[in-house]
Every structure is written in structure tokens, then in C-alpha cells.
Design a binder for this molecule. Structure first.
Ligand code: IMP
Length: 207
């Protein structure tokens, strides 16, 4: 016994290994006991916005575990595709490589149509991460949203990260998310930006 009070458990309400890894790093120095969500717990994402889905997941996981729960709903909105894949980012195709393939094919088709109409190609896109924190009674206590503006590359670059990282270029760095070290993505990426907004409230409630 070292006399310190036990660390407060916080469940990361996500089954996505890439997100859980990023949160583990972002939360590392808060002195919390980070737990994965229970195996087999699937929360249906029926919301029409990122924040709606983050709320649904945080509340469901807090109620199922009786612990504080932090949920992230995130995705990529591509301007030339009218914001697709958006809240459907995870369900756009069965695997990460297939999601990237579909995205590049649809963007190429959209830009061919733009060219036929005399318009310049458009590759701008925006990642969003909506975070919601629910307390052990399932009450929502905090919510924030972070964004990151970039461009969709014509071919994937880099081997780090997850999801659409290899095709998302952050112009000010000249790198795709998949080419960046973890600390740079945590500083400049949508999830890191959202977390920076959440952190003061998280510390006040949980430390
Ligand atoms: P959901 O929030 O579980 O619905 O899933 C979000 C989906 O958006 C993920 O499965 C990824 O495909 C994509 N996504 C969210 N954040 C990132 C990111 O940081 N990099 C790459 N893809 C992401």
C-alpha cells in the first residue's frame, strides 16, 4: 500500500483498436485506470451526427459497466463527395483498404464530372472527432468536437495509424497521417484537438 487513493477507472467506449491506442497515449499522464469496453458490447450508431453517436456510445458503456466512459465518434467528410463518408466512415466498406479504395474511386469519379463541367479538381476534406464523457450513472457530463482540415491524396502514403490515415494529407506538414509520428498526429489531428478541449474538464471531474 502506498497510501494513494486508487486511480479512477475510465472505460474507452470503442472497439476500434486504433482509437483506443490514441486515447491510451493522450490519457497517459492523467493517472486514471484506463479500461477497454467489455467484449461483445456493440452499441448501434443510429445518430445523424458525430456528437449524437458519441453520446449514445458513452451512455451505453457507462450504464453497462458502472464506470466513467469516454466515447469518440469520428469520421472523414470529403467536400467533393458532399461530406461522404461522414458518419458512415466506418461502414463505407468492409475493411480499411477497401474503404480507401472506394473513397479514391468515388473521388476520382466526382473530379471527372467536375472536369467535364469545366470545374477544377477538389480534394479538400475534414476529419471530425466528437468526444462524450458519461459518469457511472450514465449521465452525460462533457462533450467536445475537434476538427482537422486536409486533402485526400491520389494514392496511399505511409504505414502508421489506422483507417483513412494513409490518404489524408495535412498540407502544413507535407505528410499523410500515416507518415507522421504519433506525437505529431496527437498534436495536430482531430482527436488530439478534441482531447485538448476535453482535458481540463476531465481533470476536474476525475482526478
Ligand atoms: P466510428 O467513430 O467508430 O463510427 O468510426 C470512425 C471511422 O472513421 C473509423 O473506423 C475510421 O475509418 C475513420 N476514422 C476516424 N478517425 C480516424 C483517424 O484518426 N484516422 C483515420 N481514420 C479515422
Amino acid at each position: 500500500m502506498d497510501g494513494n487513493p486508487p486511480a479512477t477507472p475510465l472505460v474507452i467506449a470503442s472497439g476500434n483498436a486504433g482509437k483506443v491506442r490514441e486515447f491510451a497515449a493522450l490519457l497517459a499522464d492523467l493517472g486514471l485506470e484506463i479500461r477497454p469496453q467489455p467484449e461483445g458490447l456493440e452499441v448501434e450508431e443510429t445518430g445523424h451526427t458525430f456528437i449524437d453517436n458519441a453520446r449514445l456510445k458513452a451512455v451505453a458503456v457507462a450504464q453497462a459497466t458502472g464506470c466513467w466512459a469516454l466515447a469518440d465518434d469520428s469520421g472523414l467528410a470529403v467536400d467533393a463527395l458532399n461530406g461522404a463518408p461522414g458518419v458512415h466512415s466506418a461502414r463505407y466498406a468492409p475493411s480499411d483498404p477497401e474503404r480507401i479504395e472506394r473513397l479514391l474511386a468515388e473521388l476520382a469519379a466526382a473530379n471527372q464530372q467536375r472536369a467535364a463541367a469545366g470545374l477544377a479538381a477538389q480534394r479538400s476534406a475534414r476529419f471530425t472527432a466528437a468526444l462524450a464523457l458519461a459518469d457511472p450513472n450514465g449521465q452525460l457530463r462533457l462533450e467536445v468536437e475537434g476538427h482537422c482540415l486536409g486533402e485526400i491524396l491520389e494514392t496511399p502514403r505511409g504505414s502508421g495509424g489506422f483507417g483513412y490515415d494513409p490518404v489524408f494529407l495535412l498540407p502544413e506538414t507535407g505528410l499523410s497521417f500515416a507518415e507522421m509520428d504519433k506525437a505529431t498526429k496527437a498534436r495536430l489531428g482531430h482527436r488530439g484537438r478534441a482531447f485538448a478541449l476535453l482535458e481540463p474538464g476531465l481533470r476536474a471531474l476525475l482526478q
